[in-house]
Design a protein around this ligand. Structure first.
Ligand SMILES: OC[C@@H]1[C@@H](O)[C@H](O)[C@@H](O)c2nc(CNc3ccccc3)cn21
Length: 552
């Protein structure tokens, strides 16, 4: 069973882990009472913590983790996420996304660790965190889940989801097989070596062929050549997208996908029709029983590996791990390490950061200074996320207030008034601007400008006071030279999640900046796609760029 887009226990807005455990266990009891008594697995998109559940630790989205390049950190985040997911009775997360995002216009770029395959490959360590470390002699290609504190993982979306033409979500990746293998397929070999239990097919196409119906890539390459012995799962209504109009000729769609190598299908609505049609296809011989046997064998293999036969129900002893200090401290460390310092002072001899925590009076402003939903981004609480107190955590404003000295006055105005801008008694200003949360195609964007009049806000404040700009976004956005000149310092904070304290830790000098750009920062959208492998590479900030505060 699958929860997507915020679906969960009925009747509750801020559902908690125990509510989910109650719900999943009820479904599980029905499964065990069925004819064969085979336990179900319950899946959810726990992609930056157990992000659908209120009170869960919300980690930075993958683009921020890519800026850390820290494989050990990613593994620890996987371990923490697995605990919080199992506490809610859920066995399976549709994570990690190992897309190699080659164009920031893509609405899912923040789910990708990097435009650089090497960085994405490094961050697949999260699979080991989620599932556990396979023993040395574990057979290659076979799924592995260590125990009740681990979850079934899902590498997605196979293959080339981040390489579509124009960054169009669910679009077409136009590459030779060699380029597809080198750029987009490489991280899957690492996931398979780590014992990943499932791999999700991409909605996108390769050279005009839909991945969900591509026998060559799903079976001949993934299963035969790479030896993957886990489950290939479809995306949500991925089969419906195999025909036009979407969902028509469903029997043909089912036949194409199952024969291509899809083993498990996400059918949220028309599941009865699915069962009828597939049964009919097997009876007619259009789908061979051997294909069904292969799919069932893989599904049972994952369920046995995940010990759901032995332990089908929620492990409620883990409930006290949800949002615990250990996990929040880990998330705060991840935030610290993800921040990329793009500008520090109007000349190198006068660095602007770290800020004076004992300044007399500071102004905090901007749409993203006091909005937990904005700093968490999409796939938080529900599918596309939202503004407001949708999680438990610390906003940038909260963090600044906690970090400054007792004598320091913090004045907060989302949009500073003319009276405030006319004052001359602020030591400096911190202005947080950025994108509103988005998911999938809703995030496709070819302008990539800072929304909510963020540029005007930055300009008006920086025209009055020394100003640190913090950009909360899933990707690089347009930064005009005049604006860069006007502000005193600039941090790319990506989508940091619940622990805004990590930003204050670095801004006030308790820790230095470590983050390096995981993606190219373009000058103009007309340059796109623009990545470090290209000959004509003229970015505003290169892949790997990032300043530090210390002199050496
Ligand atoms: O949530 C399940 C999957 C997810 O794992 C995939 O990465 C993603 O491509 C995906 N998209 C949908 C469809 N999105 C949706 C959003 C709100 C309500 C219903 C469906 C589901 N899923």
């Amino acid at each position: 069973m699958v929860s997507t887009g915020g679906s969960g226990p009925f009747g509750k807005v801020k559902t908690e882990s125990s509510d989910w455990a109650d719900m999943v266990d009820r479904f599980q009891k029905s499964a065990l009472d069925s004819r064969l008594g085979i336990p179900l697995i319950y899946g959810i998109d726990a992609i930056h913590g157990n992000n659908s559940i209120y009170g869960a630790t919300i980690f930075p989205h993958n683009v921020g983790l890519g800026a850390t390049r820290d494989a050990d950190l990613a593994q620890k985040i996987g371990e923490a996420t697995a605990l919080e997911v199992r506490a809610s009775g859920i066995h399976y997360t549709f994570a990690p996304c190992v897309a190699v995002s080659r164009d920031p216009r893509w609405g899912r770029c923040y789910e990708s660790y990097s435009e650089d395959t090497v960085i994405v490959r490094k961050m697949t360590s999260i699979v080991t965190g989620l599932q556990g470390q396979p023993p040395p002699k574990h057979p290659k290609g076979y799924p592995f889940v260590a125990g009740r504190k681990n979850v079934i993982a899902c590498a997605k979306h196979f293959v080339g989801d981040g390489g579509t033409d124009g960054g169009i979500n669910e679009g077409n990746t136009i590459l030779s097989y060699e380029e597809l293998e080198r750029i987009h397929m490489a991280p899957y070999l690492d996931c398979i070596s780590r014992g990943v239990s499932t791999i999700m097919a991409s909605y996108s196409s390769w050279n005009g062929r839909k991945l969900h119906a591509d026998h060559f890539l799903l079976t001949e390459v993934l299963k035969d050549k790479l030896g993957f012995k886990g489950v290939v799962i479809s995306d949500w209504r991925g089969l419906d997208r195999l025909s036009e109009p979407r969902g028509s000729n469903y029997r043909y769609c089912i036949s194409s996908a199952i024969n291509a190598g899809i083993d498990m299908v996400m059918v949220p609505y028309r599941y009865k029709l699915f069962v009828e049609d597939l049964t009919s296809l097997v009876e007619s011989g259009e789908v061979q029983m051997a294909r069904i046997d292969d799919a069932i064998e893989r599904i049972l293999r994952v369920k046995f590996a995940a010990s759901v036969f032995e332990f089908p129900f929620a492990n409620r002893s883990l409930l006290d791990t949800v949002g615990c200090k250990l996990h929040r401290d880990l998330a705060r460390e991840a935030v610290r390490k993800s921040l990329v310092l793009l500008k520090n002072g109007k000349d190198l001899k006068n660095p602007f950061l770290p800020l004076d925590r004992n300044a007399k009076r500071i102004l905090v402003a901007g749409t993203h200074a006091n909005d937990l939903g904005y700093q968490c981004g999409g796939w938080t609480a529900d599918w596309k996320g939202s503004s407001g107190n949708i999680a438990i955590g610390t906003t940038i404003l909260d963090a600044i207030k906690e970090a400054v000295g007792d004598e320091t006055e913090v004045v907060y105005e989302q949009y500073p008034s003319t009276e405030t801008l006319a004052r001359r008694d602020f030591s400096y200003a911190v202005v947080a601007v950025g994108e509103e949360p988005y998911a999938e195609t809703l995030g496709d964007n070819s302008e990539l400008v800072i929304p909510f009049d963020g540029v005007d806000l930055l300009s008006s404040v920086a025209g009055c006071f020394p100003t640190l700009a913090i950009l909360i976004s899933g990707r690089p956005l347009v930064l005009e030279p005049w604006l860069l000149e006007k502000i005193d310092a600039l941090i790319a904070a990506w989508l940091p999640g619940s622990e805004g304290g990590g930003i204050a830790d670095v801004v006030f000098g308790d820790h230095d900046f470590e983050g390096k750009l995981p993606v190219t920062w373009f000058k103009r959208v007309e340059q796109l796609p623009l990545h470090a492998e290209m000959n004509a590479y003229d970015p505003l900030f290169s892949l790997g760029f990032g300043l530090t505060c210390n002199k050496e």
